[in-house]
Ligand binder design. Structure first.
Ligand code: SF4
Ligand code: ZN
Length: 312
């Protein structure tokens, strides 16, 4: 490691430029150019290692317009179709969150226009008949639970509509480690072991997470260096989320034990592999309402919507 001259900013480990980032897990200092290269390389490595892209794939990128999904689309557009035989399209779900979604949707529109990528916008209002804001006024379930279930359904319906073969989401290393911890803390082992990337052939549309090896700070820096997104508002419901509490916990664990997030995710991957034999023997049913594949008689989204109707 090049520590630079005493009293000075350390130099990049790969060149003489000043480092702007230190990765305690990889124990390396990186300048802006080499940080971007390192991020892009890890995306390519993840895609290759997990076989995320297959020849002829039509990949629907879930583009919220925030920094994670915008960085994902931007990196993928640099490697597809030049290096991978696939096609990219973008889908934005408008949940109907006043004071937040308008700006991120504009950001998504300008990015897809700039990259020349086909962009589809779907809304809760047109799909379910209500916005997230209006739903929460009448039924106040935890905002992120309702939003997450319905957005997943909206994204997968829109992806099917445009004949996409997989859905790419901007989940990063921190998000993935938080999701594993949340499933443990809820005791939700069904969800912990559900690996949608490996059950795509059994009726579910494959979901891939090419940023799964890149942490949030690296994505923020990448977005700033490349000028991908400007300052965007935060979702007003973000602070109410269970995830917000788990994020604080995960950040503290990672700070004290660098690499803990990688170990949490690798542990979960091992568990998924071990459980695959059990899952492979299980039959997949179809939702009695919408026909989507699911493990019971009704899928999570239709179960959620039916629960709302019962309370009316
Ligand atoms: Fe939806 Fe929660 Fe994300 Fe806001 S913070 S967009 S409510 S999941
Ligand atoms: Zn460098």
């Amino acid at each position: 490691m090049n520590a630079g001259k005493p009293g000075n900013v350390p130099s990049c480990d790969h060149c003489d430029e000043p480092a702007i980032f230190f990765n305690p897990y990889l124990q390396c200092h990186l300048c802006d150019r080499h940080l971007c290269h390192s991020v892009e390389q890890r995306v390519i490595d993840s895609i290759t290692r997990h076989g995320m892209v297959r020849d002829g794939d039509r990949i629907a990128v879930g583009l919220s317009g925030g920094k994670d999904s915008s960085v994902l689309l931007s990196i993928l557009s640099g490697i597809i179709p030049e290096r991978l035989d696939a096609e990219l399209v973008a889908i934005t779900v408008d949940e109907g969150i006043a004071g937040y979604r308008e700006e991120t949707i504009q950001s998504a529109i300008s990015l897809t226009t700039q990259l020349g990528i086909s962009h589809h916008i779907v809304s809760f209002k047109s799909l379910f008949g209500f916005t997230l804001d209006s739903l929460l006024e009448v039924h106040p379930p935890r905002a992120c639970t309702a939003c997450g279930i319905l957005r997943k359904k909206a994204l997968s319906d829109a992806a099917k509509e445009i004949a996409a073969t997989s859905i790419a989401t901007g989940h990063n290393l921190d998000d993935s480690a938080q999701s594993v911890l949340m499933n443990y803390l809820r005791g939700d082992f069904e969800r912990l072991l559900r690996d949608s990337s490996s059950i795509g052939d059994r009726g579910f549309i494959r979901r891939i997470k090419p940023l799964q090896d890149v942490n949030e700070k690296e994505i923020t820096l990448y977005s700033m260096i490349k000028g991908i997104t400007g300052r965007l508002p935060e979702c007003p419901y973000a602070t109410t989320a269970f995830r917000a509490e788990v994020r604080t916990l995960q950040a503290a664990i990672e700070y004290h034990y660098p690499g803990a997030s990688h170990r949490i995710i690798h542990g979960q991957e091992e568990l998924v592999t071990m459980a695959q034999r059990v899952v492979a023997g299980r039959t997949i049913d179809h939702c009695s309402v919408c026909g989507d594949p699911c493990s019971g008689t009704i899928c999570q989204a239709c179960g959620f919507l039916a629960g709302l109707q019962r309370r009316e």
